[in-house]
Design a protein around this ligand. Structure first.
Ligand code: FES
Length: 76
């Protein structure tokens, strides 16, 4: 991810917004977010919901995940 431009931006946003809690689900979350932003550089809430629906987070970090994706989309 760090060598991919989108992945690098997502990692920075994940850190800036303190997205992970336990971290267990986060590799899948960030990979799905990168795939979404490569398909759609400016996703709306419905696009994010659809793209991320296969990744469950028992810690409930969904709000921060959404904020991080939007932050990357707004800066791109
Ligand atoms: S951060 Fe703990 S399961 Fe998602």
């Amino acid at each position: 991810m760090a060598e991919d431009p989108v992945g690098k931006k997502l990692q920075a946003a994940w850190l800036e917004l303190s997205v992970p809690q336990c971290g267990y689900c986060q590799p899948g979350q960030i990979m799905s977010a990168a795939a979404l932003l490569k398909r759609n550089a400016k996703p709306g809430d419905a696009d994010i919901n659809q793209a991320m629906q296969g990744n469950l987070c028992r810690c409930g970090t969904y709000t921060r995940i959404r904020a991080a994706i939007k932050q990357v989309a707004e800066k791109s």
